[in-house]
Design a binder for this molecule. Sequence first.
Ligand SMILES: Nc1ncnc2c1ncn2[C@@H]1O[C@H](COP(=O)(O)OP(=O)(O)O)[C@@H](O)[C@H]1O
Ligand SMILES: [Mg+2]
Length: 363
Amino acid sequence: MRKQIALFNHKGGVGKTTTTFNLGWMLANKGKKVIIVDCDPQCNLTGMVLGFKDAEGFASMYASDSVTNIRDGLAPAFESRPALIQPVHCTPINGQPNMHLLPGHMGVAEYEVTLGIAQELSNSLVTLQNLPGALHYLFSKTAEKYNADFILVDMSPSLGPINQNLLMTSDYFIVPMFPDYFSAMATESLASILPKWAAWAKQGKKLSLLQEAIYPFPDKQPKFLGTIIQNYRVREGVPSAAFQKWIDEIKRGVEKRLIPVLRENDMLLPDELYKKVSEIAQRQAMLFSDSAISCPLFKVSDFNSLIALSQKHKAPVFDLSDAQLEQVGVVLEITKKSMQKFRALYSDGADRIITLTENAESY
Ligand SMILES: Nc1ncnc2c1ncn2[C@@H]1O[C@H](COP(=O)(O)OP(=O)(O)O)[C@@H](O)[C@H]1O
Ligand SMILES: [Mg+2]
């Protein structure tokens, strides 16, 4: 079964885009067919993957006659064209035949207001009934075309109608975090917004007008896969004290505030399943003392020099060749060791995601 996973946190700079790319690549390394979707009007993922330095790259891609990006894909629904939504002609990813990019478009921001009105689910809905199901329909048709197992949705840092739609029409979601005050605060606002979104989706799923639409509103109940804590500094192999404080704070927030809300709104997988993957993690010597649900999918320290090289070569931080690392001798060996550590982390994270999503229905 195809799985759509949203990477969601309304706070920016927490690693949504970086995780989408690296995790997608790792899932693809494991033989899964993956589509990464850039839903952020800032198009960071698209810029990174395609190596666009300025607007020119985007302009030539958008000038194509075929449907090459999310805005063109959605246009039939949002611009009331008579034609049906067609699958997007995705961009292949150099070096990773199992992964494709569904490129972003700044113009998607223009659809936000209309979608917001459609999602008010008021009486004026007849003219807007096709919009709430359009994003999901577009991704499904595109995933079908590429025979994808996973659709990873990179989202913008906002609590707007597009993100509300993307999250509530996904099968699963991951919340990337950065260990600081703002991510700790973000747990609070997620705990207060998610019940509202869940109530809205529940109402949407019951509305015959949305079910009878050309692009029906999908019957989804998104489940939490976990958090990913990114980009902290390490000292002697463990997070430095300042970061550890925020990591603990985030875990507390997730456990005390977020998990109860997710449980009330049926957004959690069965407890045994979280326990199962945390046992896998423990076997792989990543010991977590915390409870199974709040333990992050993985924690990843600062990539240091690897992040710039990853962006320069449009390759994941864990799969750079010796030539791409641009180093020799002892320095090269040290960097390769650190790269192997990240490879093991992402590999473990991908295994846990595969286990969670493949067993979700059998529990
Ligand atoms: N583990 C990491 N180590 C170093 N830099 C990182 C790491 N994760 C993300 N970054 C950098 O942090 C910035 C924000 O990450 P990004 O993935 O763009 O976040 P978001 O999509 O949530 O805004 C980017 O410049 C990215 O290159
Ligand atoms: Mg981003």
